[in-house]
Design a protein around this ligand. Structure first.
Ligand SMILES: [Fe+2]
Length: 369
């Protein structure tokens, strides 16, 4: 038995926001959630404002989302949504603004605070008295897939890690994928995010929870990314390629909505939290060591779909596009593994993941100079 659930309407193509204004407007007053620069630089914020002003829909812009959003900031965003009377949310940006929007959508209608019945950490329960606000997503990077997942990854400083929540209503209602918004991304950002999408597809395909539907989508996503590996290496990504990579990234999101991720992601969170390594890059350092330990034809299927000859060639490719950014100590690895082995997605790993094994993977990862 398997289930397939993906309730987001996905609209793909150049100028898709401007050409589909009705799909953007889910209510009478909008809160636009974005980062300090992602909305403006990509051109997406201008398109959204143009559509809203044309339709005389009032809006507020919350552009305080930092990378790796912190939970208490999200509650603050929820308060702003209440104060300005927003009845829907438009998220513009990479994974952080989209994940932030999902949390803000919950806090907007479930008041958090010392005295309130809904406490800050109740968001992780995944069941709420009031349904989150309806949301639209406009990704400005091609990697997270957050626009088609119910997951929101929040940073918890007191636990020194990231933790995800999801609920049946935290899927976006609509996602707009336009390569115009990603075509001028810095090359390393385009590479890191493509590696993140690749990891979603690979971790989904090799996951214990993989199903015929997720398998089919995962291999198609890897095949699309495979077409653009040379351009990702040389930095010559054209507009069409950017739209295709956005679609592949969404396919990765659809896959992990069914399967979840594995230890690549749970171990990667520690590299991001403690070493400030971008999310996709962190996963890229770990994925080869993860795959090396899988005794299944599925590894060859993934590598083959990417159009790469062998797992060793895959490693060489990752080494070419990911810079060596840091070193680490024995003590750091012990600390990271102690946290990451407790993550939920450890159970989805196709082999028995232990702390000792995670220590070995960190030690041998491509992170090492
Ligand atoms: Fe990811």
């Amino acid at each position: 038995m398997f289930k397939f659930h993906m309730p987001t309407k996905v609209i793909v193509g150049e100028n898709c926001v401007l050409n589909n204004p009705k799909d953007l407007m889910l209510g009478k007053s909008a809160l636009i959630v974005t980062g300090k620069s992602s909305g403006k630089k990509s051109g997406a914020l201008d398109d959204v404002i143009f559509v809203l002003e044309n339709a005389k829909i009032p809006y507020h812009v919350y552009d305080k989302v930092e990378n790796n959003p912190e939970i208490s900031d999200m509650a603050q965003g929820g308060r702003l949504a209440r104060e300005c009377g927003a009845d829907f949310i438009i998220a513009i940006g990479g994974g952080s603004p989209m994940d932030a929007a999902k949390a803000i959508g919950v806090y907007a209608v479930n008041e958090s605070g010392e005295d309130g019945e809904f406490k800050l950490y109740d968001i992780f329960k995944g069941e709420y008295k009031n349904k989150p606000l309806p949301m639209v997503a406009i990704p400005t990077t091609a990697g997270t897939g957050s626009e088609v997942t119910p997951y929101s990854i929040l940073t918890l400083h007191n636990e020194k890690t990231k933790k995800s929540f999801s609920c049946v209503d935290s899927f976006f209602k609509v996602a707009f994928l336009d390569g115009r918004y990603t075509v001028s991304l810095p090359l390393q950002v385009a590479r890191n995010t493509a590696v993140d999408a690749m990891c979603h597809l690979i971790e989904g395909y090799t996951n214990k929870k993989a199903s015929p539907s997720s398998d089919y989508i995962a291999l198609e996503g890897l095949r699309i990314i495979g077409k653009h590996l040379d351009a990702l290496e040389s930095g010559s990504l054209a507009l069409d390629a950017c739209t295709e990579l956005l679609w592949a990234s969404a396919l990765g999101g659809i896959v992990i909505s069914q399967t979840g991720t594995t230890i690549v992601h749970s171990m990667g969170y520690e590299l991001t939290y403690f070493k400030d390594i971008p999310h996709g890059m962190a996963n890229g350092y770990l994925v080869y060591e993860y795959l090396k330990r899988i005794d299944s034809k599925r590894v060859a299927d993934c590598i083959g779909a990417l159009g790469i000859e062998s797992l060793e060639n895959f490693k060489e490719y990752l080494e070419k596009i990911l810079p060596r950014v840091c070193n680490f100590t024995e003590k750091e690895i012990l600390d990271w593994s102690e946290i990451s082995i407790k993550a939920r997605n450890v159970a989805s790993c196709p082999y028995q993941a232990t702390r000792e094994l995670e220590i070995e993977i960190y030690k041998n990862s491509l992170l090492k100079e």
